[in-house]
Design a protein around this ligand. Sequence first.
Ligand code: ADP
Ligand code: MG
Length: 273
Amino acid sequence: DGSSDTRAFAAFRSVTDLRAKGGAVRIHGISKSFGTLKVLDDVELNLPAGSVTAIIGPSGSGKSTLLRAINHLERVDSGFISVDGELVGYTQKGEVLYELKEKDILKRRTDIGMVFQNFNLFPHLTVLENIIEAPIQVRGVSRDEATALAQELLARVGLSDKIDAYPRQLSGGQQQRVAIARALALRPKVLLFDEPTSALDPELVGEVLDVIKELARTGTTLVIVTHEIGFAREVADSIVFMEGGHVIEAGTPTQILNDARHPRTRAFLAKVL
Ligand code: ADP
Ligand code: MG
């Protein structure tokens, strides 16, 4: 009943207050439906600060919705979420236990970066302008400071020579590396990638994965929805397999990829490996 939800939330919250700062993501029992379709069903996840998590699973299994819930782009129907110590919580019946205000949600999104399949760069802005826009507008950083950071980030993603180019002048792989630099310019504690290489020609996938690999060592919490199983094996601390809105299984790459317990995980891997 409602009072057991309240007690569970109090327990969740006290742990959150103690150790969720610094980019930890904790998810307890979240569900989300669109009409009669249950897209997330009692999802449970604990991602320590600085960890790298790969989410795999068939199309339609709820992976993007889960990322959107972490980013507060999607309000869940029930369950608790804490991202870097910020909470939302709803009872099983969908009653609000704790909810961020609209302006706090906007603030949260600046601390949680997101990189999409289709890059989503502003086509009418140069690479530099794409990167400095948010730090100046959202964070109130000076233009000089934002430009210096952009130069540093472009060097990190290997695109210093493209600073004045427009997105249409770049390959897909280069655009995605700019999109990653743009996300990093807000110094996020948590960075979410939704199939970052799915729209790329095969020969451009490696350069984007290499950039993400570099990030895996910087202490930012990374959550990467990907079909690149070899990459997941190499960089992820844990792999989460989703199907039909459920987390079917989660574990280390070795556990999931070599020794999956669940037949559904094994069936999926047999198809993609
Ligand atoms: P995945 O990223 O694993 O492919 P999604 O999270 O995008 O899965 O979608 C899970 C299911 O929810 C799909 O069946 C999708 O069609 C449905 N869905 C996603 N977003 C919406 C929405 N805004 N309205 C209705 N259905 C949606
Ligand atoms: Mg998706």
